[in-house]
Ligand binder design. Structure first.
Ligand code: HSE
Length: 439
């Protein structure tokens, strides 16, 4: 039986998971592939720690170049993360004629095109299923399963940490800071959670999805990114009263020859399947013009789900090796010369419904002052809630608008915040209530 040698750079949680999957599922993988996968070398700074999985003598090294330059190795798995040494390792591996598998979303969202071009020039494969959605096969779906479609929209819950925090706030109550602290204590959130809760991790993943869906190279700076740090229990509660749940959504939408690219807290109908995806689970809802809506959910992180995606990539590349081919599937998901810039829609022109919460003095005429400003900016009100929840002599007043233009709304909010009846910054949360069902 043919033997395909693999090298791994980075034996942390995911790398250890890769060793486990290869070992525990060796028989089924060998039968599916018709070849045997062998980890020939694995590099990590720590080659002493017991990882709970048997590693053959002579496999471990502290020198990544020993993996990259091993002429028996056909596939290098990069799992060190970050955008500096990881990029160097991948480019060196490609230069040395190795196919590459990586889970590195930060790297691919910034240097993906350079890496992909190098792979194409060398006739090699780069696979990166684990970079978005952990174990969910969304990259394969966009590169292959939906290749007959124009992608109309993508709505992703693609940051497990944020989804865990919002789910806890929704179902158990509590302030953002308290829930985050508890999540950190339980090891569900990083000690430095900024990338997760500020939406940056989701923006990295969205960039990868947009590039595949639209054959482009979006700049991270063009993706509007807003995290969940300002979501309050009051907004979670009002969202429920209006029939919504708040999710951190990564959204790509093809509209009028441009693409909306945005990550922000979003109210979605409580009955939509995305609203039901809780805890650290991820979900990606894609609408293709031929297939209609499809949705995947599953674990977006963790040792074994992420290793599942990495090893599946290794199997895919190995199938090509068995057949003596490579480069069949462009890493760009389109012919390299078809990659082109797309126009990213200016957020100021966004036109969707909004949830607005005001802290207003409970005085006659307060509502009419607010609605007067909204009306003057052509913003139409769909519904209003004012309940007797007095906060220091003031009451929260909540308005859901019909579709409104973001720039007009921003002007209206600025004017409203200057009214003498308004005691605090206005809270604005975007609503997506027309995602398309998948039931
Ligand atoms: N930090 C990520 C998350 C996991 O919370 O979803 C890996 O992408």
């Amino acid at each position: 039986m043919k033997r395909i040698n693999i090298g791994i750079i980075g034996l942390g949680t995911v790398g250890t998971g890769v060793l486990r999957v290869l070992k525990e599922n060796a028989v089924v993988i060998r039968e599916r592939l018709g070849a045997e996968l062998v980890v020939k070398r694995a590099a990590d700074r720590d080659i002493v720690r017991d990882r709970g999985v048997k590693i053959e003598p002579g496999v471990l090294t502290t020198d990544a170049l020993e993996v990259i330059n091993d002429t028996d190795i056909s596939i290098v798995i990069e799992l060190v993360g970050g955008t500096t040494v990881a990029k160097d390792f991948i480019l060196k591996a490609l230069e040395a004629g190795k196919h590459v598998v990586t889970a590195n979303k930060a790297l691919l969202s910034t240097h993906g095109p350079e890496i992909f071009k190098k792979a194409v020039d060398k006739g090699l494969d780069v696979y990166f299923e684990a970079s978005v959605g952990g174990g969910i096969p969304v990259i394969k779906t966009l590169r292959e399963g939906l290749s007959a479609n124009r992608i109309e929209a993508i709505y992703g819950i693609i940051n497990g940490t944020s989804n865990y925090i919002l789910s806890k706030m929704t179902h158990d109550g509590g302030k953002f800071e308290d829930v985050l602290r508890r999540a950190q204590e339980k090891g569900y959130a990083e000690a430095d959670p900024a990338y997760d809760v500020e939406g940056i991790d989701a923006a990295h993943k969205l960039a990868i999805l947009i590039n595949l869906a639209y054959g482009t190279n979006v700049a991270l700076a063009d993706i509007y990114t807003e995290g969940i740090t300002r979501i309050s229990p009051l907004d979670i509660k009002f969202a429920k009263e209006f029939g919504y749940r708040i999710k951190l959504l990564a959204i790509a939408k093809s509209v009028d020859n441009s693409v909306e690219a945005r990550v922000h807290p979003t109210m979605v109908p409580a009955t939509h399947p995305l609203a039901l995806v809780d805890g650290v689970y991820n979900a990606i809802h894609i609408r293709g013009n031929a297939v209609g809506p499809v949705m995947f959910s599953g674990l977006g992180a963790g040792m074994m789900p992420t290793a599942s995606a990495v090893v599946s990539d290794v199997v895919d590349i190995s199938r090509n090796i068995v057949k003596g081919i490579s480069g069949r599937l462009s890493p760009f998901a389109c012919a390299p010369d078809a990659v082109r810039p797309v126009k990213i829609k200016d957020m100021a022109l966004l036109e969707i419904p909004y949830y607005l919460r005001f802290l207003a003095l409970d005085k006659p005429g307060a509502l009419s002052k607010i609605s007067g400003v909204l009306g003057a900016h052509n913003i139409s009100i769909l519904s209003v809630i004012q309940k007797d929840r007095k906060i220091g002599g003031a009451v929260p007043l909540v308005i859901v608008t019909h579709h409104a233009v973001e720039a007009a709304l921003a002007c209206a909010i600025e004017e409203i915040e200057k009214l003498d009846i308004i005691l605090d910054k206005v809270v604005r949360i975007r609503i997506e209530d027309n995602l398309g069902t998948v039931l």
